[in-house]
Write a protein that binds this ligand. Structure first.
Ligand code: SF4
Ligand code: SF4
Length: 371
């Protein structure tokens, strides 16, 4: 984005702070929307505060990074709840999370970054995955299959039950699939933390691999990877779909409904960023009774792990997830279900003490498939 475009967007903010509450929600409760502002409490952590920081940096009023400034900028999950609310009350169409990514890029250019994020970039350089793991997630692959499953770092190395479930679904439904022999990190964490310069090589490698595979459809269980391919990769001429979209269009999967009442948690990248709200619910309804939490769809409360927050501010990440667990319990659900490995990992950690079960949609589908 050009400097003038950024400043124009910043000056459009009237500091009304309506982006911090879900007041227009039909349930008419004034529930908080911004996890960062709610947890840290200072104005700087809410969207208008961050915009003011950005303006002051661009106009030369801030020339040194303080610990507080770095925290206000980086302890934001880029969940987009502020943007969705702002969009409803103003004519500004520039995405606030995109502005916050620009802000981080500006900070990184000045050398104002967090060591934790720099370490992730180094791990990716060394191992091509965001967790610095040296082993490979083993999966069979059918050469030349039309469907390619892009697993992603988190499902490969931290929440493998999601990748396992997706692969079992393919097998049970007799769908031939490929997985990339040499899958590299999609670059999402780098793009979200302002380290954009390190992404080119990853992107070029993944594009080359996918083109060489001959696949026509790429399936993702990670909304972060899917969003990165959609928004930060050039068009590869292949179809990109989330697992829930892929499963919905299969039609009757011959699943056995589980006797469970569940709530669905909208992942930010899947919902607010990609507008995919209905397909995960449709798939879930095939296998369980689905209830809604108070904050859902565009108004969903973030799980707390995105935007580089889980690695750098785990206390905040777990608090945010804990708030979601409370909301799930309030809805009277047996389990909380999401459609994102980041969400599952963080929500599961927060739910441990509460005894709440947390799943990904594909896990319940796999469990419900006959055979
Ligand atoms: S709702 Fe929009 S205009 Fe109001 S404070 Fe938030 S970002 Fe600024
Ligand atoms: S993106 Fe989310 S965490 Fe960041 S300021 Fe907006 S609502 Fe708050």
């Amino acid at each position: 984005m050009e400097r003038e475009e950024i400043l124009s967007a910043i000056y459009h903010c009237v500091k009304c702070k309506l982006c911090s509450i879900s007041s227009f929600h039909p349930n008419e409760e004034w529930l908080p929307l911004c996890p960062s502002g709610r947890f840290y409490g200072y104005q700087a952590f809410y969207a208008p505060g961050k915009l003011e920081i950005f303006r002051e940096i661009l106009e030369g009023e801030i020339s040194e990074p303080t610990e507080g400034l770095l925290k206000a900028v980086y302890a934001c999950t880029l969940c987009g709840a502020c943007y969705e609310k702002c969009k409803q009350i103003t004519s500004v169409e520039i995405s606030l999370p995109e502005l916050f990514e620009e802000l981080r890029e500006e900070l990184v250019k000045k050398g104002w970054f967090l060591d934790t994020h720099k370490n992730i970039a180094e791990k990716i350089k060394e191992t091509r995955n965001a967790y610095g793991e040296n082993y490979k997630y083993e999966a069979k692959s059918f050469y030349g299959a039309d469907v390619l499953y892009f697993i992603g770092c988190t499902a490969r190395y931290r929440v493998p039950e999601i990748a396992d479930a997706m692969l079992k679904i393919f097998d049970k439904l007799a769908i031939k699939y490929q997985v990339m022999e040499d899958e590299w990190c999609c670059g999402s964490v780098l793009l979200r933390t302002g380290q954009v310069g390190d992404v080119k090589e990853l992107r070029e490698h993944n594009i080359e691999e996918i083109k060489n595979s001959g696949a026509k459809t790429v399936v993702f269980t990670c909304p972060g990877c899917l969003m990165t391919f959609e928004k930060n990769y050039p068009d590869m001429g292949v179809e990109l779909v989330h697992s829930s979209q892929f499963l919905t269009r299969l039609g009757d999967m011959k699943v056995k409904k589980q006797g469970m009442e569940v709530v669905y948690h909208d992942p930010c990248h899947l919902g607010r960023d990609l507008g995919i709200y209905e397909e995960p619910r449709a798939v879930l309804k095939e296998v369980a009774d689905v209830k809604e939490m108070k904050r859902e769809r565009e108004q969903a409360w973030c799980c707390g792990s995105g935007g580089g927050v889980k690695s750098a501010f785990d206390d905040f990440a777990l608090w945010s997830a804990g708030e979601r667990i409370k909301e799930a319990k309030e809805a009277g659900a047996d389990a909380l279900v999401s459609a994102c490995p980041f969400c599952k990992r963080n929500l599961r950690e927060a739910a441990e003490k509460e005894g709440t079960e947390v799943y990904d949609v594909v896990e319940l589908v796999n469990r419900s498939l006959e055979g």
